[in-house]
Write a protein that binds this ligand. Sequence first.
Ligand code: IMP
Length: 422
Amino acid sequence: MSKIDIVLGTFFGDEGKGKVIDYLATKADVTVRCSGGNNAGHTIQVNGKKYAFHLAPSGILTPGTLAVIGNGVVIDPRVLIEELEVLKNDGYSIDNLRISDKASVIMPYHIEMDKMLEAQRAPGDKIGTTARGIGPCYCDKYERCAIRMEDLIGDTFEEKVRKNVKNKNIIFKANGWDEVDAEAIIAEYQPLGAYLKKYVCDTINLLHDCLEKDMSMLCEGAQATLLDIDFGSYPFVTSSSPSVGGVCTGTGLSAHDIGEVYGVLKAYSSRVGEGPYITEQNNEIGDTIRELGHEYGATTKRPRRCGWLDLVALNYAVKVNGITGLAINHLDTIGKLPRFKLCVAYDYNGERTTNYSTNAKFQETCKPIYEEFEGDFEIGDAKSFEQLPEKAKVYLNRIEELTGVPVKFIGTGAGREELIVR
Ligand code: IMP
């Protein structure tokens, strides 16, 4: 029986998971999304053309590879269909798509609720959500009133929409926000359900059957550990579980079914949206990293906050996820700096600690303790770890030493193929 390999973000997202996922997806028989929704973004380049996926699993481009959207995902059907139509127009068959009947559906009132709640938050309290309705959709899931894919394609849809809209409109009205129209939503969404119906199935048994048939499986994580609803810097987090637990709850696979867990990071760090960030360089250094690493949101173009790599936080991600291999991107970018830093511990009220906590007081109080490294190195056309410049190896070796986890993938440039596999 095979096991599922997992690719996860270790910090605040945007670590470049897509690069590792692309590499592994071409070898997988099944690729699975298990959490989040179209707050995630991932660009794939095939035959010179770029495809921006927010919901479609990467395997969708490979005929013969199953592309599964698991039960833990929240699906905006308008966005998913838009992605599928682009693929169909380019001649791709999307018959390899499978969507869990239990996945929750993002409805227009979730998007409105997301916008309304964010607009009402005071400046210091804003989360900086992607305004895609993610949080309110997960709220409905846990409130047990979500519309699932099985409703969208079935005969329970109309009644559930009317009930939900009635309740949401009470909230919208009380807040002076525009109300939504149940009948208009039903009229728009029923055809979307009809479009997606043939892909909807029981993905839980499907995935277990795939393991039994020894098919190789890859779970492509979205967001990242420090954005996790439980393990992240709450409340500045997303509303799902992007850490390893979300793979089990978002697919129906068990802990025993997990194989390799690859944690993706950059040679520095970044964050979008609000929230604490201990190694942030809100200064010229951060600006330089941003420019060198092109750290601007792929869809929103929001400038990302940038800083040094934080091994205290990374070790927390290693613990929480059981990471078995690291994937470090932007090694070329950090090498463009004359010198750079790595946070190896925190000073917490005069005491040195290597234990991370998302507690707000802890985050405010901690001062990073750094080791410094020499930069000014060029990766050139190094195709293996051994061929890397000595200064780059020193940095990677130190990361391995302090995490106890081997570096398995090294991103050496912006191109998809600029990846050293070890
Ligand atoms: P939401 O997921 O739209 O509710 O946004 C909550 C927080 O998570 C915000 O700070 C977002 O910027 C952040 N976030 C959500 N998805 C991603 C992602 O894929 N990469 C980086 N940050 C994200």
